[in-house]
Design a protein. Structure first.
Length: 294
């Protein structure tokens, strides 16, 4: 655990040299590097690493609200809070069938102030793991420790680093319905081709398959996103005009990033008292020679 700008961060390292850095501010993953030391996540050069707001980049936990779907600040408060190491087992090395993993366990419980704006007692346990091969995975467990049911939406808001957005395509979302945030959540159907980018995109692809690929032509790797318990995928790139309105984002940086978020947005998740929900995400950066387009 290292102290960074007043907030502790945990660095996970795989035996082959991959690494991930997890901040207690927001439970946010602020860096993920492969075994060649290449950074796989986007972080803005204008990012502000000071609480309370989440820094622009990495992987943010959006809970208990995604976007402005409710009365809370955008994407909920979890990404802005200081989380704690989970005392039960803060750091874990575990061996399983697919090899060894190193993990950190974090927990977030609501503060008095959080309960004033969202009056529901919860425990959010987050396990972030790095595998021997450098795959980054997340397991979120959210438990209702309240006397009444509550509902929430959720996303792993994931800023992938790409070489040139005009060369990137996403496979796995073609033919799906999506809600377009640029036209007040109007519903459209994707026309069957892989998704490419030539203007601002802000969409929630609903009821998507559990595996989605982001193919980056110039870079030597592409991303495979595997999810469980999260029916939707949010795709966002602000493009030129919107970039200029964001203080913590460079005017040209939209070319080097793409957000592809495993999420539960269209339908809220409801937990009865004592119930727990689990949502998993696994990210792999694969060499392009292994990709389907070769
Ligand atoms: C995306 C949303 O996930 O996050 C966009 O779909 C939003 O609508 C973007 O603009 C960034 O949000 P924020 O609050 O981090 O600036």
């Amino acid at each position: 655990v290292r102290d960074w700008n007043g907030v502790a961060q945990v660095v996970l390292r795989s035996p082959r040299g991959a690494s991930a850095r997890v901040s207690l501010h927001g439970g946010q993953v602020v860096s993920w590097r492969n075994d060649r030391g290449e950074e796989l996540l986007f972080t803005s050069s204008k990012a502000i690493f000071k609480p309370p707001n989440a820094m622009r980049g990495g992987i943010q936990m959006c809970f208990p609200q995604f976007g402005y779907s409710g009365t809370l600040e955008r994407h909920g408060f979890a990404r802005n809070r200081i989380w704690a190491l989970d005392d039960e087992h803060p750091l874990v090395n575990h061996n399983n069938d697919s090899g060894s993993k190193v993990s950190v366990d974090l927990i977030l419980k609501p503060s008095e102030d959080d309960l004033k704006c969202w009056p529901h007692c919860f425990e959010f346990r987050l396990r972030v793991s790095l595998s021997k091969d450098g795959d980054l995975s997340f397991m979120s467990r959210i438990r209702n420790v309240n006397g009444k049911p509550f509902s929430f939406s959720f996303a792993y808001h994931t800023y992938l680093s790409v070489s040139d957005i005009s060369e990137v395509r996403i496979e796995g979302l073609e033919t799906l319905d999506y809600l377009d945030n640029l036209t007040h959540k109007e519903r459209f159907t994707e026309q069957g081709d892989a998704i490419t980018f030539e203007s601002e995109v802000d969409r929630v692809y609903v009821s998507s398959p559990n595996v989605v690929a982001v193919l980056d032509h110039e870079k030597k790797h592409s991303f495979v996103i595997r999810k469980e318990g999260l029916p939707d995928v949010v795709v966002w790139n602000p493009w030129e005009k919107k970039s200029k309105t964001m203080v913590d984002f460079g005017d040209e940086e939209y070319k080097q990033m793409l957000c592809v978020d495993a999420a539960a947005v269209e339908r809220a998740i409801t937990l009865k008292p004592g119930e727990e929900w689990t949502g998993k995400l696994e990210l792999s950066a694969v060499s392009s020679t292994n990709c389907s387009d070769q």
